[in-house]
Design a protein around this ligand. Structure first.
Ligand code: KIV
Length: 272
């Protein structure tokens, strides 16, 4: 059981800020359904992200763009029912906040009211500043997301490391400071050089959670399907696999098929 589990009963946005101040790293994983949320929560995770990566790992889309606000609310409400202790952060999906701040606020309110999530996450910096302000003014906590922002994949054209060039790195630093100034409680940095991520984490007071951003940040996030090895096709350098569930599940299911075919299952003890 983690130290964090002893120190914080229910994780709030303030707990995360306190963790950073005390030098305690923040653990975050995605979950998209009740059962997974229950497991992740009871294992002591600090933050559950209902990521729009549900579009990839739950629905089989190539990108995060197709998932809708209604679908995110469905996933998030299932997760909220499974989480007792963790802070539940929900992604605002592509198309639900980019057109104007009023639409962004309406989408964030729907997430908070209909799913019971505790905060929302949005991708982008200066370009969406007015939307972030509007959501924050309504009392909804906001987590930022900079670096590789998968909702803009068609603008980038690739999922490779971001901000390797000075100009992009400078914009990233500016955006991170802006998000802090606006009042975001935390920030995800995805797939950027470790040195830059550490520099940003050290220059702002809100917690920086990294994915492919090295060890110098205030916490780490991974997609649960990736870290449990549920798909064996995705192997970026930053990913640590803690299980090989793809193999484990395939062999368990093959065994079941064999047992049914051979009439071994059910046996006398497994029937009424
Ligand atoms: O949608 C998601 O899973 C995310 C993480 C990769 C940070 O945004």
């Amino acid at each position: 059981m983690s130290t964090a589990k002893k120190d914080y009963k229910k994780i709030t946005t303030k707990s995360l800020i306190d963790m950073k101040a005390q030098g305690e790293k923040i653990s975050m994983l995605t979950a998209y359904d009740f059962t997974m949320a229950k497991i992740v929560d009871s294992a002591g995770i600090d933050v559950i992200l209902v990521g729009d990566s549900a579009s990839n790992v739950m629905a089989g889309h190539e990108t995060t763009l197709p998932i809708t606000l209604d679908q995110m609310i469905y996933h998030a409400s299932s997760v909220v029912r499974g989480a007792d202790r963790a802070l539940v952060v929900v992604d605002l999906p592509f198309g639900s906040y980019q057109s104007d701040p009023r639409e962004a606020l309406r989408s964030a309110i729907r997430i908070m009211k209909e799913s019971g999530g505790h905060a929302v996450k949005l991708e982008g910096g200066k370009e969406i500043k007015d939307s972030i302000k509007k959501i924050l003014n309504a009392g909804i906590p906001v987590m930022g997301h900079l670096g590789l922002t998968p909702q803009s994949i068609y603008k980038f054209g690739t999922y490779t490391v971001r901000a390797k060039e000075e100009q992009e790195a400078l914009k990233l630093i500016e955006d991170a400071k802006l998000l802090e100034k606006l009042g975001c409680f935390s920030l995800v940095l995805e797939k950027i050089p470790a040195k830059l991520a550490q520099q940003i984490a050290e220059s702002i007071s809100i917690p920086v959670i990294g994915i492919g951003a090295g060890s110098g940040v205030d916490g780490q996030v991974l997609v649960i399907h990736d870290m449990l090895g549920m798909n064996n096709e995705f192997s970026p350098r930053f990913l640590r696999r803690y299980m090989n569930l793809y193999e484990g599940m395939t062999s368990a299911i093959s065994q079941y098929v064999e047992d049914v075919k051979s009439k071994d299952f059910p046996n006398k003890k497994e029937q009424y």
